[in-house]
Design a protein around this ligand. Structure first.
Ligand SMILES: Nc1ncnc2c1ncn2[C@@H]1O[C@H](COP(=O)(O)OP(=O)(O)OP(=O)(O)O)[C@@H](O)[C@H]1O
Length: 783
């Protein structure tokens, strides 16, 4: 931040320089003392409308003015006076109501009045739950603090740790995410926090919950007790345990909208529709198609759901730019997406709850919640991405029939006014077939879909609120199909898990200490045993297969029920593997579908290796039966080339020897007839060619040959089978053929090659007259 110079002009005077300096210092001291006095005398009950009514330093006031902030919002006018007086604050106000300035202004003022310099170290620490929000807060700080001389930095995961370490010791204000901050406190030697004056937790309820608990507690251990602490959120709580953890001293609860009829902005229109899981994607696609001239955020419950829907919808080209954002993307990609979405007029972003809190995207028209939020607070934060700062906005919550009663009750309890609406007929767009085709053609997409389905099912299972999320009531099978995924998933949940605990550690499922401990070194046999026991037959497939193997596998599946927390595995009937794997020649068809799978070992997808195998045609061949050659009769009915006749019918036609003789005679006759036709045709062509040649030669010498003698073919009565038998055997013919040339890797233009080519040209000039000629010619060419 550059030093504040606005409004101060250097006036030349005759006084000595040292004198000017001491006068300036005295004026600064006077300013600070006056400011301090004005803050102490400020009546917190008086109505403060504008920033100019507050006892603020000229530097902060100029920063606010330059950023076009003039009038205070409700939360600002209530919280800032108290905060300026150094009180601990629990601030609660609706989304988009200006809470960021409510803590940033006091932070700047506190350090200014304490005459904070670069030698005093860290003066203020602002913690945010997400990187995007930390960046946004930092940007606002830079804007309003542009004339201050404090140093400030952003400390978030994904940034360069070393670079941050080098600069950290010199910073006065830090905006951070909890994990990275703790890392620095533990690892960065020159980082001193003992002087800290102000601690701010934005989205405090989120920061204090289970997901961040250990990091935040560890950070607080490092901080001095005498600091000022401010907590802000749209869903602020007064949880005693949290207050104790933070050592708050006589905190002031500032909740400006507590008496309001609704917990959400009054400019927000809220609706919900009840859509069965299997129709959800159709509804979303229909909605997006109908609103291509809007800016839309769609919330999903997991990153995999976001990715799958983004990848598939992208191909369906809904007519609006699509973006996606989730916590598993790299920081640079996340920033790129957020700035693209901010800058766009019409676009649709698919996102997880990583954007649910705090982000201030301009002019969002719609917030769609495709997956039901885990609780009413999450609902409030999600819809808060629209209708910000008194602007209008619309929100639609999509609920499964089983979620309706429970969720609406939760929302009413939190003072959320929401109305039920129905989707207009014909507005849903049926995309099931297209998704199925996409998954069929692209194994990676199918894999992603499978993972998305699993993560959705898992998220339902992990939900704390079982009154809203009852896993048995969802049509998961229908949802699986609607995603274009083949087969039926078998989902198993391990009984007896502490689901509450699992749910509260969203990214830490691996750390679940209740998991049965696996041996540290797993032998080949351990792995084999595990794999064998993972085989789960889907009920659908079990119906089509009734052999012993199925029973055994089903038993394995049952026995395994207590081992897996959740698994979605299926056995792929071979016919499902890939369309391109099936031979599709004119007379060749693959064997019939269901039967194919029964005779063969079904392919059990229980590992990445086997998933990969799905992509290799060659590997898959061993799971398939060979194609059967079929011949179609005149009526289009398919027959096998050799169909076995019943024994009785065969005997009725006479003795076997007689039948054989008859067959040979008939076939000989057939071949002879065909040969005569062929010969006649060949002669006819030869004749025509000769005639053309003569006519051409005559034309060249200026003559017209009027009477070209016609050769009449009398036909060759020779036995064609005998003709074939008379053809030279390979050994006989060998002597006449040129010696076999050793194959070369590279052909060159050497003399030897040239001679060979010449030879071939001479041979080609000899017109083949008979079948022998043709055969000899072909043999020569092949060699
Ligand atoms: N005094 C003000 N005058 C005009 N606009 C303001 C004022 N204070 C804040 N705003 C604007 O209001 C919008 C919302 O502010 P902010 O992001 O601080 O809301 P919030 O209450 O923190 O929301 P959330 O609960 O979603 O985090 C921003 O665009 C901000 O620039």
């Amino acid at each position: 931040m550059p030093p504040h110079t606005a409004g101060r002009r250097h006036k030349p005077s005759g006084r000595p320089k040292a004198n000017i300096k001491s006068l300036k210092r005295k004026r600064d001291v006077d300013d600070h003392e006056k400011l301090e006095k004005a803050v102490q005398e400020l009546d917190i009950k008086s109505e403060i409308k504008d920033f100019s009514d507050l006892p603020l330093s000229q530097i902060t006031a100029s920063g606010l003015e330059a950023s076009h902030f003039k009038t205070l919002t409700d939360i600002q006018s209530k919280a800032i006076p108290l905060a300026l007086k150094g009180r601990d604050i629990l601030g609660a106000a609706k989304t988009g109501s200006g809470k960021t300035l409510a803590f940033l202004v006091p932070v700047l003022e506190r350090l200014y009045r304490a005459r904070w310099t670069e030698f005093d170290g860290l003066g203020a620490l602002i913690i945010s739950p997400t990187r995007e929000l930390a960046i946004q807060i930092f940007e606002v700080l830079r804007k309003i603090g542009r004339y201050h001389t404090f140093s400030a930095a952003l400390v978030i995961g994904g940034g360069d740790l070393k670079q941050q370490q080098e600069r950290l010791g010199r910073m006065n204000i830090l905006v951070c995410t909890p994990g990275r901050m703790l890392q620095h406190m533990d690892q960065t030697a020159a980082f001193e926090v003992g002087n800290l004056q102000v601690l701010v937790l934005d989205e405090a309820d989120r920061i204090m919950d289970m997901g961040f608990q250990s990091s935040v507690d560890a950070i607080i251990e490092h901080l001095p007790k005498g600091r000022q602490t401010m907590l802000f959120s749209a869903t602020q709580t007064k949880k005693v345990s949290d207050l104790a953890r933070l050592n708050l001293q006589d905190p002031e609860y500032v909740a400006v909208h507590e008496a309001a009829l609704s917990a959400t902005p009054s400019t927000l229109q809220q609706h919900y529709v009840v859509v069965p899981l299997s129709k959800k994607l159709n509804t979303l696609f229909g909605f997006i198609r109908a609103n291509v001239k809007s800016k839309i955020i769609v919330f999903f419950s997991s990153a995999k759901q976001v990715r799958f829907t983004y990848e598939t919808f992208r191909h369906l080209q809904p007519g609006i730019p699509l973006l996606h954002l989730h916590g598993r993307q790299k920081l640079s990609a996340r920033l790129d997406v957020t700035s693209k979405f901010s800058a766009s007029r019409n676009s649709c972003i698919f996102a997880t709850d990583v954007v649910a809190r705090g982000l201030d995207f301009p002019a969002v028209d719609w917030v769609i919640q495709l997956d039901c939020p885990e609780d009413a607070d999450t609902y409030i934060h999600r819809v808060g991405r629209t209708a910000r700062a008194e602007k209008p906005g619309k929100a639609v919550l999509i609920l499964d029939p089983s979620e309706e009663d429970g969720m609406i009750k939760r929302l009413e309890h939190k003072k959320v006014t929401i109305q039920k609406i129905n989707i207009r007929k014909g507005k849903e767009k049926e995309i099931g077939d297209q998704l199925q085709k996409m998954c069929f053609q692209d194994p990676e997409l199918k894999y992603l879909g499978k993972k998305a389905f699993e993560s959705y099912a898992k998220s339902l299972w992990l939900q704390k609120d079982k009154e809203v999320f009852n896993i048995d009531k969802y049509d998961l099978e229908g949802f699986h199909t609607s995603m274009g995924l083949p087969g039926t998933p078998k989902i198993k949940f391990r009984k007896g898990d502490d689901t509450k605990k699992l749910k509260n550690t969203p990214r830490g499922l691996d750390d679940d200490s209740d998991e049965p401990k696996k041996p540290e070194v797993r032998t080949k046999y351990d792995r084999m045993f595990e794999r064998r026991n993972q085989d789960v037959l889907s009920s659908h497939y079990a119906k089509t297969i009734a052999d012993d193997r199925t029973e055994i596998q089903s038993q394995h599946a049952d026995a395994d029920e207590d081992d897996d927390f959740l698994s979605v595995k299926r056995i792929v009937p071979v016919d499902e593997l890939s369309s391109s794997d099936q031979e599709d020649g004119e007379f060749t068809r693959s064997a019939t579908k269901v039967v194919t799978g029964i005779g063969k070992d079904p392919l059990v997808i229980d590992s990445k290796r086997r998933e990969k195998l799905l992509m290799s045609k060659k590997q898959l061949l061993k799971y398939k039966e060979k194609g059967v050659k079929l011949v179609y009769d005149d009526d289009g009915v398919a027959h096998q080339v050799y169909e076995l006749e019943g024994e009785e019918a065969f005997e009725k036609q006479g003795p076997a020897a007689a039948q054989r003789a008859k067959f040979v005679q008939e076939e000989t006759e057939r071949v002879r007839e065909a040969d005569i036709d062929d010969r006649q045709l060949a002669k006819q062509k030869k004749r025509e060619k000769k005639e053309k040649k003569r006519a051409r030669e005559a034309a060249e010498i200026g003559l017209v040959d009027e009477a070209v003698p016609t050769l009449v073919d009398t036909g060759n009565e020779e036995d064609p089978l005998a003709l074939l038998a008379s053809l030279p055997l390979l050994e006989d013919a060998e002597d006449d053929r040129p010696a076999k040339r050793p194959k070369k890797w590279f052909e060159d233009d050497s003399g030897d090659e040239g001679t060979r080519r010449k030879g071939r040209i001479i041979e080609a000039e000899v017109e083949p007259e008979t079948l022998e000629d043709l055969e000899a010619l072909a043999a020569g060419l092949l060699n």
